[in-house]
Design a protein around this ligand. Sequence first.
Ligand code: UDP
Length: 236
Amino acid sequence: MQVKRVLIKFSGEALSGASGFGIDIGILEYIAKEIKTLKNAGFEIGLVIGGGNIIRGVSAAQGGIIRRTSGDYMGMLATVINAVAVQEALESLGVEVRVQSAIEVQEVCESYIHRRAIRHLQKGRVVIFAAGTGNPFFTTDSAATLRAIEIEADVIIKATKVDGVYDKDPKKYPDAKMLESVSYEEALREHIKVMDDTAIALARENKLPILICNMFKSGNLLEILQHNKGVYSIVK
Ligand code: UDP
């Protein structure tokens, strides 16, 4: 796999550490360093960060007081908070970053403008795509896939806490096997939980490979992208 431009998606929860809520400064710093290493290796990087460490539309709507649509907008705004945090962390390491939001928050960051995003990438800036797709009833996985296709990324990386895709839940079954490669069809049929079906279907239609790997193994992302080694699964 020859990779120049990548879109990396990680969940908001990844930022929260053990507490499961908010932003853990140590983790923020760790993630920023990993991304800087990729940047220094010459990759063009787009990022999408979830918002689950702050709020998720579905959970917010569960009590019946907050409507789903409003909950989803709250969730999208949460991703803007995370994007600004990651921007700060990267900039503190000397990496140039632009945040582009699908919902206008012009005092905080740029709005999403496709051509402008491409220009930033070409200039070597990391671009963080915030506020999901800008529409309720979607996830940041779908937003990440959409942006990856728009910026013509060679691959979308779903950076998680696990090493890849397993044939069954590795937490429940000690004999679960990691699968190196899975087809889009299998991923959809088996409802592989690494990305939602909308995201996988969009990737399939546009022949975008989805790489699933562990972001908490230092150097793993670089090893995968630069040397085609490291531990990961691929959906293609
Ligand atoms: N969201 C949305 N539309 C989008 C992307 C996100 O409505 O295009 C909302 C949705 O409520 C979602 C929340 O933003 O629950 C946070 O995103 P997500 O749950 O995907 O975050 P993650 O699980 O990756 O942290």
